[in-house]
Design a protein around this ligand. Structure first.
Ligand code: LER
Ligand code: MN
Length: 273
Protein backbone atom coordinates (compact mmCIF):
# COMPACT_ATOMS: atom_id res chain seq x y z
CA UNK A 1 0.00 0.00 0.00
CA UNK A 2 1.12 3.50 -0.73
CA UNK A 3 0.40 6.75 1.05
CA UNK A 4 -1.03 9.85 -0.50
CA UNK A 5 -2.48 13.11 0.79
CA UNK A 6 -5.51 15.06 -0.44
CA UNK A 7 -4.80 18.62 -1.51
CA UNK A 8 -7.24 21.14 -2.96
CA UNK A 9 -6.17 23.21 -5.91
CA UNK A 10 -8.68 25.93 -5.07
CA UNK A 11 -9.88 27.57 -1.87
CA UNK A 12 -12.84 25.58 -0.55
CA UNK A 13 -15.22 25.40 2.36
CA UNK A 14 -14.41 21.67 2.64
CA UNK A 15 -11.91 21.57 5.48
CA UNK A 16 -10.44 18.07 5.29
CA UNK A 17 -7.86 18.90 2.63
CA UNK A 18 -4.53 20.62 2.39
CA UNK A 19 -4.44 23.92 0.57
CA UNK A 20 -1.53 26.08 -0.43
CA UNK A 21 -1.20 28.49 -3.33
CA UNK A 22 2.15 26.85 -3.91
CA UNK A 23 1.58 23.32 -5.14
CA UNK A 24 5.31 22.74 -5.63
CA UNK A 25 6.25 23.31 -1.99
CA UNK A 26 3.27 21.25 -0.77
CA UNK A 27 4.28 18.38 -3.06
CA UNK A 28 7.89 18.52 -1.88
CA UNK A 29 6.82 18.42 1.79
CA UNK A 30 4.75 15.29 1.06
CA UNK A 31 7.52 13.65 -0.94
CA UNK A 32 10.09 14.27 1.82
CA UNK A 33 7.75 12.82 4.42
CA UNK A 34 7.52 9.59 2.40
CA UNK A 35 4.29 10.04 0.48
CA UNK A 36 4.10 8.61 -3.02
CA UNK A 37 0.88 10.27 -4.09
CA UNK A 38 -0.87 13.61 -4.02
CA UNK A 39 -4.62 13.37 -4.55
CA UNK A 40 -6.16 16.49 -6.03
CA UNK A 41 -9.55 17.96 -5.15
CA UNK A 42 -10.58 20.09 -8.09
CA UNK A 43 -13.72 22.20 -8.36
CA UNK A 44 -13.23 23.14 -12.01
CA UNK A 45 -10.58 21.49 -14.18
CA UNK A 46 -10.78 24.38 -16.65
CA UNK A 47 -8.99 26.71 -14.26
CA UNK A 48 -6.22 24.25 -13.53
CA UNK A 49 -2.80 24.50 -15.16
CA UNK A 50 -2.24 20.97 -16.36
CA UNK A 51 1.34 21.65 -17.46
CA UNK A 52 2.33 22.94 -14.01
CA UNK A 53 0.91 19.82 -12.39
CA UNK A 54 2.89 17.60 -14.77
CA UNK A 55 6.05 19.56 -13.87
CA UNK A 56 5.40 19.09 -10.15
CA UNK A 57 4.94 15.35 -10.62
CA UNK A 58 8.12 15.13 -12.63
CA UNK A 59 10.13 17.06 -10.04
CA UNK A 60 8.83 15.14 -7.04
CA UNK A 61 8.16 11.69 -8.48
CA UNK A 62 4.68 11.79 -6.95
CA UNK A 63 1.65 10.42 -8.78
CA UNK A 64 -2.01 11.45 -8.60
CA UNK A 65 -4.00 8.40 -7.54
CA UNK A 66 -7.37 10.14 -7.74
CA UNK A 67 -9.08 13.41 -8.55
CA UNK A 68 -12.00 14.60 -6.42
CA UNK A 69 -15.04 16.38 -7.83
CA UNK A 70 -17.11 17.18 -4.71
CA UNK A 71 -16.38 20.89 -4.68
CA UNK A 72 -18.46 21.32 -7.84
CA UNK A 73 -21.43 20.33 -5.67
CA UNK A 74 -20.35 22.08 -2.48
CA UNK A 75 -19.41 25.37 -4.07
CA UNK A 76 -21.66 25.44 -7.16
CA UNK A 77 -24.52 23.04 -6.45
CA UNK A 78 -23.84 20.81 -9.47
CA UNK A 79 -25.47 17.42 -9.02
CA UNK A 80 -25.65 14.27 -11.16
CA UNK A 81 -29.08 13.42 -9.71
CA UNK A 82 -30.69 16.85 -9.94
CA UNK A 83 -34.27 16.96 -11.22
CA UNK A 84 -33.29 20.18 -12.95
CA UNK A 85 -31.97 19.14 -16.41
CA UNK A 86 -29.72 22.22 -16.68
CA UNK A 87 -27.96 21.52 -13.40
CA UNK A 88 -27.64 17.83 -14.25
CA UNK A 89 -26.21 18.64 -17.67
CA UNK A 90 -23.65 21.01 -16.17
CA UNK A 91 -22.70 18.36 -13.60
CA UNK A 92 -22.15 15.76 -16.33
CA UNK A 93 -20.11 18.18 -18.43
CA UNK A 94 -18.02 19.06 -15.38
CA UNK A 95 -17.31 15.42 -14.52
CA UNK A 96 -16.31 14.82 -18.14
CA UNK A 97 -13.75 17.62 -17.76
CA UNK A 98 -12.44 15.87 -14.65
CA UNK A 99 -12.25 12.64 -16.63
CA UNK A 100 -10.37 14.29 -19.50
CA UNK A 101 -7.87 15.75 -17.03
CA UNK A 102 -7.49 12.43 -15.22
CA UNK A 103 -6.70 10.61 -18.43
CA UNK A 104 -3.33 12.34 -18.65
CA UNK A 105 -2.46 11.46 -15.04
CA UNK A 106 -3.83 7.92 -14.86
CA UNK A 107 -6.03 8.89 -11.88
CA UNK A 108 -9.41 7.66 -10.73
CA UNK A 109 -12.23 10.19 -10.80
CA UNK A 110 -14.22 10.28 -7.57
CA UNK A 111 -18.01 10.33 -7.61
CA UNK A 112 -18.87 11.46 -4.10
CA UNK A 113 -20.80 14.62 -3.27
CA UNK A 114 -21.37 15.31 -6.96
CA UNK A 115 -24.13 12.67 -6.75
CA UNK A 116 -26.20 15.35 -5.01
CA UNK A 117 -28.85 15.01 -2.29
CA UNK A 118 -32.07 13.24 -3.21
CA UNK A 119 -35.44 14.93 -2.61
CA UNK A 120 -37.43 13.69 0.42
CA UNK A 121 -40.63 12.88 -1.44
CA UNK A 122 -40.67 9.20 -2.44
CA UNK A 123 -41.68 9.60 -6.09
CA UNK A 124 -39.16 12.35 -6.73
CA UNK A 125 -36.50 10.40 -4.89
CA UNK A 126 -36.97 7.41 -7.19
CA UNK A 127 -36.81 9.65 -10.22
CA UNK A 128 -33.59 11.28 -8.98
CA UNK A 129 -31.94 7.88 -8.47
CA UNK A 130 -32.86 6.95 -12.05
CA UNK A 131 -31.44 10.22 -13.29
CA UNK A 132 -28.26 9.62 -11.33
CA UNK A 133 -27.92 6.20 -12.99
CA UNK A 134 -28.39 7.78 -16.38
CA UNK A 135 -25.80 10.48 -15.65
CA UNK A 136 -23.37 7.91 -14.33
CA UNK A 137 -23.81 5.73 -17.42
CA UNK A 138 -22.95 8.72 -19.59
CA UNK A 139 -19.91 9.62 -17.48
CA UNK A 140 -18.85 5.97 -17.27
CA UNK A 141 -19.01 5.54 -21.05
CA UNK A 142 -17.01 8.72 -21.58
CA UNK A 143 -14.48 7.53 -18.99
CA UNK A 144 -14.14 4.21 -20.80
CA UNK A 145 -13.38 6.03 -24.04
CA UNK A 146 -10.58 7.86 -22.21
CA UNK A 147 -9.33 4.79 -20.41
CA UNK A 148 -10.28 6.24 -17.03
CA UNK A 149 -11.87 4.50 -14.06
CA UNK A 150 -14.44 6.06 -11.75
CA UNK A 151 -14.86 5.32 -8.06
CA UNK A 152 -18.07 5.86 -6.14
CA UNK A 153 -17.51 6.99 -2.58
CA UNK A 154 -20.15 6.02 -0.01
CA UNK A 155 -20.65 9.08 2.22
CA UNK A 156 -22.25 9.38 5.63
CA UNK A 157 -25.95 10.25 5.92
CA UNK A 158 -25.27 13.78 7.17
CA UNK A 159 -23.63 14.67 3.86
CA UNK A 160 -25.69 12.67 1.34
CA UNK A 161 -28.85 10.60 1.58
CA UNK A 162 -28.04 7.66 -0.71
CA UNK A 163 -25.19 5.20 -1.21
CA UNK A 164 -24.07 5.55 2.40
CA UNK A 165 -22.60 2.09 2.93
CA UNK A 166 -20.11 -0.02 1.01
CA UNK A 167 -22.56 -2.88 0.55
CA UNK A 168 -25.34 -0.60 -0.73
CA UNK A 169 -22.87 0.84 -3.22
CA UNK A 170 -21.70 -2.60 -4.38
CA UNK A 171 -25.32 -3.64 -4.96
CA UNK A 172 -25.95 -0.44 -6.89
CA UNK A 173 -22.88 -1.07 -9.04
CA UNK A 174 -23.88 -4.61 -9.84
CA UNK A 175 -27.23 -3.30 -11.11
CA UNK A 176 -25.35 -0.81 -13.28
CA UNK A 177 -22.99 -3.29 -14.90
CA UNK A 178 -20.13 -0.96 -15.80
CA UNK A 179 -16.77 -2.61 -15.17
CA UNK A 180 -14.82 0.66 -15.11
CA UNK A 181 -16.62 1.87 -11.97
CA UNK A 182 -15.46 0.74 -8.52
CA UNK A 183 -15.57 1.85 -4.90
CA UNK A 184 -13.63 4.31 -2.77
CA UNK A 185 -14.00 3.56 0.95
CA UNK A 186 -13.38 6.37 3.45
CA UNK A 187 -12.65 5.38 7.06
CA UNK A 188 -14.31 8.56 8.38
CA UNK A 189 -17.63 7.77 6.67
CA UNK A 190 -17.32 4.06 7.43
CA UNK A 191 -17.01 4.85 11.12
CA UNK A 192 -20.47 6.45 10.97
CA UNK A 193 -22.23 4.04 8.61
CA UNK A 194 -20.68 0.57 8.82
CA UNK A 195 -21.39 -1.96 11.52
CA UNK A 196 -18.03 -3.64 11.22
CA UNK A 197 -14.97 -2.42 9.33
CA UNK A 198 -13.61 -5.85 8.51
CA UNK A 199 -16.89 -7.40 7.39
CA UNK A 200 -17.75 -4.41 5.22
CA UNK A 201 -14.37 -4.35 3.50
CA UNK A 202 -14.44 -8.11 2.88
CA UNK A 203 -17.86 -7.81 1.23
CA UNK A 204 -16.66 -5.35 -1.41
CA UNK A 205 -13.08 -6.53 -1.78
CA UNK A 206 -13.15 -6.93 -5.56
CA UNK A 207 -14.53 -3.46 -6.08
CA UNK A 208 -12.28 -1.65 -3.63
CA UNK A 209 -9.96 0.44 -5.77
CA UNK A 210 -9.20 3.43 -3.58
CA UNK A 211 -9.18 4.35 0.12
CA UNK A 212 -9.49 7.58 2.11
CA UNK A 213 -8.03 7.54 5.55
CA UNK A 214 -8.94 9.76 8.50
CA UNK A 215 -9.51 9.11 12.18
CA UNK A 216 -12.94 9.12 13.88
CA UNK A 217 -12.84 12.92 14.26
CA UNK A 218 -11.37 13.42 10.80
CA UNK A 219 -8.04 14.35 12.32
CA UNK A 220 -4.88 12.50 11.24
CA UNK A 221 -4.78 8.76 12.04
CA UNK A 222 -3.82 8.31 15.67
CA UNK A 223 -5.49 11.54 16.80
CA UNK A 224 -8.91 9.88 17.22
CA UNK A 225 -10.15 6.47 18.35
CA UNK A 226 -10.25 4.30 15.20
CA UNK A 227 -8.42 0.98 15.29
CA UNK A 228 -6.20 1.23 12.22
CA UNK A 229 -4.77 -2.21 13.01
CA UNK A 230 -8.11 -3.81 12.08
CA UNK A 231 -8.52 -1.63 9.00
CA UNK A 232 -5.05 -2.19 7.56
CA UNK A 233 -4.87 -5.86 8.43
CA UNK A 234 -8.13 -6.29 6.53
CA UNK A 235 -6.78 -4.30 3.59
CA UNK A 236 -3.74 -6.60 3.58
CA UNK A 237 -5.96 -9.66 3.88
CA UNK A 238 -7.93 -8.70 0.78
CA UNK A 239 -4.72 -7.95 -1.11
CA UNK A 240 -5.38 -4.23 -1.45
CA UNK A 241 -2.43 -2.66 -3.20
CA UNK A 242 -3.76 0.79 -3.98
CA UNK A 243 -3.29 4.12 -2.28
CA UNK A 244 -4.47 5.21 1.11
CA UNK A 245 -5.08 8.92 0.81
CA UNK A 246 -5.24 11.06 3.94
CA UNK A 247 -8.30 13.28 3.70
CA UNK A 248 -8.05 15.02 7.04
CA UNK A 249 -8.54 18.28 8.87
CA UNK A 250 -5.32 20.25 8.79
CA UNK A 251 -4.90 20.11 12.56
CA UNK A 252 -2.84 21.39 14.19
CA UNK A 253 -1.56 22.37 10.72
CA UNK A 254 -0.87 20.82 7.30
CA UNK A 255 2.71 19.84 8.06
CA UNK A 256 2.04 18.20 11.41
CA UNK A 257 -1.10 16.44 10.13
CA UNK A 258 0.85 14.99 7.19
CA UNK A 259 3.72 13.96 9.47
CA UNK A 260 1.42 12.32 12.01
CA UNK A 261 -0.43 10.37 9.30
CA UNK A 262 2.65 8.81 7.79
CA UNK A 263 4.17 8.10 11.22
CA UNK A 264 1.02 6.34 12.36
CA UNK A 265 0.65 4.31 9.16
CA UNK A 266 4.32 3.59 8.49
CA UNK A 267 3.92 -0.04 9.44
CA UNK A 268 1.53 -0.62 6.54
CA UNK A 269 2.51 1.90 3.93
CA UNK A 270 6.01 1.94 2.61
CA UNK A 271 7.72 3.64 -0.24
CA UNK A 272 8.70 1.13 -2.87
CA UNK A 273 12.32 1.83 -3.74
C1 LER B 1 -14.87 13.42 -0.07
O1 LER B 1 -13.89 12.50 -0.35
C2 LER B 1 -15.53 13.11 1.20
O2 LER B 1 -15.14 12.23 1.91
C3 LER B 1 -16.69 13.88 1.58
O3 LER B 1 -16.84 13.97 2.95
C4 LER B 1 -16.75 15.19 0.89
O4 LER B 1 -17.40 16.11 1.64
MN1 MN C 1 -13.49 10.95 1.36
Amino acid sequence: MKASFVVSLQKTRFEAVGFDENLVSTAFVLQRLGYEGIELAIRDPDVVEEGTIHDVLKETGLVIPAIGTGQAFLEEGLSLSSLNPQIRKRAIERVKRHIALSSSFGSFVIIGLIRGRLPQEERKKKKAVELFKESLRECGAFARSKNVKLVIEPLNRYELNFLNTLEETATFLSSLGMPNIGILADSFHMNIEEKDFRESLLKVKDLLWHFHVADSNRWAPGFGHLDFGVIFETLQEIGYQGFVSAEILQKPDFHRAAEQTIAHLRKWVSREE
